[in-house]
Design a protein. Structure first.
Ligand code: AMP
Length: 216
């Protein structure tokens, strides 16, 4: 099964993708994670992408589609893919069709997480993760139960994304509205778009996504 999780920054795509990985052994393909790894490793792609990401704008279609193509090439045939943060433009959606065909895969579902934008600014600007295991936390909604210690792995190191500040979040949302939301009709024509209430609890969103996956 191959699915796209679509939604603005902070909609919960990464959280839900992680849960699908845990429950179904699928693989999360997050272009944001791949780009952050490239920035950290100072690869040519990372050096090109860094400033663009800090501004909250989109990295070139060619770069992200090449990253996805390479990941799919390295993946086992039987492993399902969750596209998280890709495609983000119509050109990327068209590239994804070609890439999937090349790897003998087809798209089963596009799941749009529907969210309230003002609530997203609050979500995104407060979030941080454990630097060791990646567990997600939030300044206002989910602090570790023992101050400064990760509930899951006990690490005392945490990190925040440099682009999770209000100004950049607003640019990222604008990019979503202008370039990403318009790709929905492209998939709607095929009858594969399902909408899920992304403002519900994490568990409720997971249940709704599971229902979509169980449908034909
Ligand atoms: P994300 O982790 O998905 O929020 O992505 C973080 C940043 O990486 C975005 O604000 C963009 O600058 C860049 N990025 C991630 N995925 C894409 C994509 N599919 N197309 C263009 N830029 C991307």
């Amino acid at each position: 099964m191959n699915i796209i999780l679509l939604g603005p920054p902070g909609a919960g795509k990464g959280t839900q993708a992680n849960l699908l990985v845990e429950h179904h052994g699928m693989r999360q393909l997050s272009t944001g994670d791949m780009l952050r790894a490239a920035v950290k490793a100072e690869t040519p792609v990372g050096l090109e992408a860094k400033a663009v990401m800090e501004r909250g704008e989109l990295v070139s279609d060619e770069i992200v589609s090449a990253l996805i193509d390479a990941e799919l090439a390295a993946m086992g045939d039987g492993v399902g893919a969750i596209f998280d943060g890709y495609p983000r433009t119509e050109a990327q959606a068209r590239s994804l069709d070609e890439i999937l065909a090349k790897h003998d895969r087809k798209l089963d579902h596009v799941i749009e997480l529907v969210v309230d934008e003002e609530a997203l600014v609050d979500r995104v600007t407060g979030r941080f993760t454990c630097a060791k295991c990646g567990e997600g936390y939030h300044d206002r909604h989910k602090l570790p139960s023992s101050t400064g210690v990760c509930d899951k792995c006990g690490s005392t190191e945490f990190k925040r994304r440099p682009d999770d500040n209000e100004q950049t979040v607003r640019t990222r949302m604008q990019e979503y509205r202008a370039k990403t939301a318009p790709i929905l009709p492209f998939y709607e024509e095929r009858g594969i778009v399902q909408r899920v209430d992304g403002m519900a609890s994490i568990d409720a969103v997971t249940t709704a996504i599971e229902k979509v996956l169980a449908s034909a």
